[in-house]
Design a protein around this ligand. Structure first.
Ligand SMILES: NC(=O)c1ccc[n+]([C@@H]2O[C@H](COP(=O)([O-])OP(=O)(O)OC[C@H]3O[C@@H](n4cnc5c(N)ncnc54)[C@H](O)[C@@H]3O)[C@@H](O)[C@H]2O)c1
Length: 369
């Protein structure tokens, strides 16, 4: 027997996950939920789903087994905790939570509460970090499992997403009439998971300390002091020490003259992986081989394998991992303890930037219980 899954948040991103959930062979029943009645009616018709709820409270009062929460980012952690306390397994999109006011302590407090709730309720929490299921991550996880990196010594994680690449549009639909007023700017390091997730997941190491710096464009008109977050840096660079001794550089750039990329490079004492705009390579001291990422995949149910979805084909894997972890009664790959390890480094990196690059400790909540 399969499980029942409720899709909460049917916006621009959330809608992409409805089909793989319907198609998953171990999902028997799918429900939809959104505060917006028009979106709810439109998606119910498009996917021929009759079980609909007009709020998170309503769907949590039903007998649904699990909810996939793809709402606005500052809602994720409180909604996931509410769901787990109602006896539901919970998935959220990334990041765990944001603070429009740029309050790093608030983010860390929610990390604390999320981990505590996952441990106390025994329900599954999974963060949907797309990078963890991109082909380069799948490829490097295999190389790491085979010991081909040797000892990890250095990594670079970066998320180059220029403001001109739809980010003003995101602000417009998210903040409505306030989009160009106090809500201008945000803290790039408070959305660190695409850059940190792959490296932390593959190496199994976590960040222990950080020193970071920020860049401000001379004619900057978005990242300004007189805004809710008060952040003045579009581009932020952090240097981390990790628990296995390696060093990681992390770039969150929102003013950058590139087509945009979210990926990593990972170096070991025996072998290394690099990805850039031209392709990917696996190297040793004496060899250098192109890696065909379009040929890299992990097993998926047939119905999800044909069309894996966006963000490097990660959407199908995310759905499959959430569903199969519940069926198998095991922790998902990006469980609460793992998810906070992707989040806390960015939060402390911004604190370091505010302190002129001072080296700061990064909190850790330990391994999954
Ligand atoms: N690569 C990635 O992992 C990636 C890419 C894009 C977006 N995202 C994340 O996905 C999330 C959603 O983004 P989006 O662009 O779809 O947002 P959106 O604003 O288009 O949609 C959010 C939806 O959630 C609904 N909602 C909010 N509170 C609710 C509640 N209590 N009950 C029911 N419905 C509720 C809203 O009505 C809205 O329809 C964001 O957090 C974003 O960070 C991740």
């Amino acid at each position: 027997m399969g499980i029942s899954v409720g899709m909460v948040g049917l916006g621009a991103f959330g809608s992409h996950f409805i089909k793989p959930v319907i198609d998953h062979p171990e999902v028997d029943r799918v429900a939809l939920c959104d505060l917006d009645p028009e979106k709810l009616a439109e998606k119910a018709k498009q996917f021929d789903i009759s079980e609909c709820y007009s709020s998170l409270d309503d769907i949590l009062a039903s007998d649904i087994d699990a909810v996939m929460i793809i709402t606005q980012p500052w809602l994720h952690a409180p909604q996931a905790i509410q769901a787990m306390e109602a006896g539901k397994h919970a998935y959220t999109a990334v990041p765990i939570i944001t603070s429009p006011e740029g309050d790093g302590q608030l983010i860390l407090d929610w990390c604390d509460k999320l981990v505590e709730a996952a441990g106390r309720t025994g329900m599954n929490y999974m963060m949907g970090e797309t990078t963890c299921y991109r082909p380069e991550t799948i490829y490097c996880r295999r190389k790491a499992a085979a010991g081909e990196f040797g000892h990890f010594c250095y990594a670079e994680g970066h998320y180059f997403h220029d403001m001109e690449h739809q980010l003003y549009d995101v602000a417009k639909w998210r903040w409505g009439k306030d989009w160009n007023d106090r809500r201008r700017g945000n803290v790039p390091m408070h959305y660190p998971t695409h850059s940190t997730g792959g490296i932390i997941n593959i190496t199994g190491a976590h960040v222990t300390e950080v020193s970071a710096m920020g860049y401000t464009k001379p004619d900057e008109d978005w990242f300004l002091e007189d805004t809710d977050s008060g952040n003045t840096h579009s581009d932020m660079t952090a240097l981390y020490r990790m628990s296995n001794g390696m060093v990681m550089r992390h770039c969150e750039f929102r003013r950058i003259g590139t087509p945009g990329i979210e990926t990593f490079r990972l170096y070991g004492t025996e072998g290394s992986f690099e990805r850039n705009f031209n392709g990917s390579i696996w190297m040793t001291r004496t060899t250098q081989d192109d890696v065909r990422l379009d040929e890299v995949s992990d097993p998926l149910p047939e119905a999800l394998a044909a069309e894996k979805g966006g963000h490097g084909g990660s959407h199908s894997y995310l759905v499959h991992e959430f569903v199969s972890s519940i069926i198998a009664q095991r922790q998902p790959l990006v469980n609460a303890w793992e998810a906070v390890r992707y989040m806390a480094p960015g939060v402390m990196a911004y604190e370091s930037i505010l302190k002129d690059g001072e080296t700061l400790k990064v909190p850790d909540w330990g391994d999954a219980k």
